[in-house]
Design a protein around this ligand. Structure first.
Ligand code: 6PG
Length: 465
């Protein structure tokens, strides 16, 4: 049999969900997993979709089951496993058969794999978690356009739809898709962190219980903050532990995991000299959260940091702070994408990136539709200066300032919101303080500066002698 439209290797959570999604959209798919029982269990559990799925026992059988020219999706863990899988698979393929890495690869790896590939290769970022993979993810493609065009009908069919438009788009050459996915995850980290910070004020500063907090998030999900992350934050806060009846949230250790995509974004931002402080702060906060023992020792030594805020803030201010924080964090993410687009010569389609994130992915939110419109007007302009978002900031930066200030005076750490605020203030200060840095650099190293009065470069101060 060699009639499957597409193949898929790796039937872990995401791979299995994606395979079912592909079958569900009417495509015949051949699947293979390194551990044979996983493949058999998957096929056995496929129900009505079983007739669309060919479960294979060997890589050779997988390849034989796919129509030529073949396209095979890899859903294996990022890193060495991808290289190992490509090395095992490529010799079995014809020259024009295509390998598609749909895992969360580091985009530098995807660049390398695309350059080294001896046949067609695509790297695609897939967002939306298990449910997204099963029912409609957001897909960010990278590689040669002609390769994307060969499989676009499948990827568009399985993707989420925003008012009928598929959330699957080609972003550019080589690792462009995985790069955009990494920035998506960086924004995801900051969005999640800001929500967690506001949760901290409600819990520790306002003394609210998880139920009350959940209801606040539910309410905010009817306003400008409407988004998947606010929705699930409400659901998480409202859930009860089935065995004890205690709010589930109160049963979870406060140490955040991470697979590394946020860290990649931050490292790359530094390489690009792209300022994304709210995202950096979110990664730092995750690192710091894992130091559970040290934090407990610190509390013993100095006393607990958070104090009741005694009415110093209301819920509308918290909502306003999150609105402003969200705008600033997305603005940072998009400016980083723009910087990469220029540095790597990719011509990344900023409005289309906002569009592809409108449905299916973890950061999907109502605001992204307006962001797409603002970026279509002027892709080079920082979103915080676009009318709609400048209005959000004008209307809400006082709330952000109040929340960060109360956090500081009452011991509730707000690293991402505070970094967002510092970014906002810095980005609206025509004369900053780097003249002092330049003076210092010139003093100790004769590094030179530009004069204010006549624009002359490589100037030195009187201290030079
Ligand atoms: C997505 C998510 C996903 C991410 C996991 C875990 O877009 O579907 O970003 O790709 O890898 O949610 O990420 P962390 O372990 O880094 O939190």
């Amino acid at each position: 049999m060699s009639n499957a439209e597409i193949g898929l290797i790796g039937l872990g959570t995401m791979g299995a969900a994606l395979a079912l999604n592909i079958a569900d959209k009417g495509f015949d798919i051949a699947v293979w997993n390194r551990t044979g029982t996983v493949t058999q269990d998957f096929a056995a559990g496929a129900g009505d979709l079983a007739s669309k799925i060919t479960a294979t026992d060997t890589l050779e059988d997988l390849v034989a089951a796919i129509a030529k020219p073949r396209a095979i999706i890899l859903m294996v863990p990022a890193g060495q496993p991808v290289d190992d899988q490509i090395a095992a698979l490529r010799p079995l393929l014809d020259d024009d058969d295509m390998i598609i890495d749909a895992g969360n690869a580091l985009f530098h790896d995807t660049n390398r794999r695309a350059r080294e590939a001896t046949g067609p290769f695509l790297g695609i970022g897939v967002s939306g978690g298990e449910e997204g993979a099963r029912f409609g993810p957001s897909i960010m493609g990278g590689g040669k356009r002609e390769y994307w065009d060969r499989v676009a009908h499948v990827l568009e069919a399985i993707s989420a739809k925003y008012e009928g438009t598929p959330c699957a788009t080609w972003m550019g050459e080589e690792g462009a898709g995985h790069f955009v996915k990494a920035v998506h995850n960086g924004i995801e980290y900051a969005d999640m962190q800001m929500i967690a910070e506001v949760y901290g004020i409600m819990r520790d500063g306002m003394g609210m219980d998880a139920d009350a907090i959940g209801k606040v998030f539910e309410g905010w999900n009817n306003g400008p903050l409407k988004s998947y992350l606010i929705e699930i934050s409400g659901a998480v806060a409202l859930a009860k532990d089935t065995s004890t009846g205690t709010p589930m949230l109160d049963m979870i250790v406060d140490a955040a995991g991470q697979k590394g995509t946020g860290r990649w974004t931050v490292i790359e931002a530094q390489q690009l000299a792209a300022p994304i402080p709210a995202i950096e702060a979110a990664v730092v906060a995750r690192n710091l959260s894992s130091r559970v023992g040290e934090r407990a020792a610190g509390e013993d030594l100095f006393g607990a940091a958070p104090q009741p805020i005694d009415g110093a803030l209301d819920l509308a201010q918290l909502e306003g702070a999150l609105i402003a924080g969200k705008v600033l964090c997305y603005a940072q993410g998009f400016t980083m994408i723009e910087a990469a687009s220029e540095a790597f010569g990719w011509a990344l389609p900023l409005p289309d990136i906002a569009k592809v994130w409108r449905e299916g992915c973890i950061i999907r939110s109502d605001m992204l539709n307006d962001m797409a419109a603002a970026l279509a007007e002027d892709p080079d302009r920082n979103l915080m200066y676009a009318d709609r978002f400048a209005d959000y900031l004008r209307g809400n930066h006082a709330a952000l300032r109040a929340v960060v200030a109360v956090g500081a005076t009452h011991g509730v750490a707000m690293p991402s919101l505070a970094s967002g605020l510092a970014y906002f203030d810095a980005m609206r200060t025509a004369r900053g303080t780097a003249n002092m840095i330049q003076g210092q650099r010139d003093y100790f190293g004769r590094h030179g500066f530009v004069r204010m009065d006549n624009g002359a470069k490589d100037q030195h101060g009187p201290w030079a002698d």
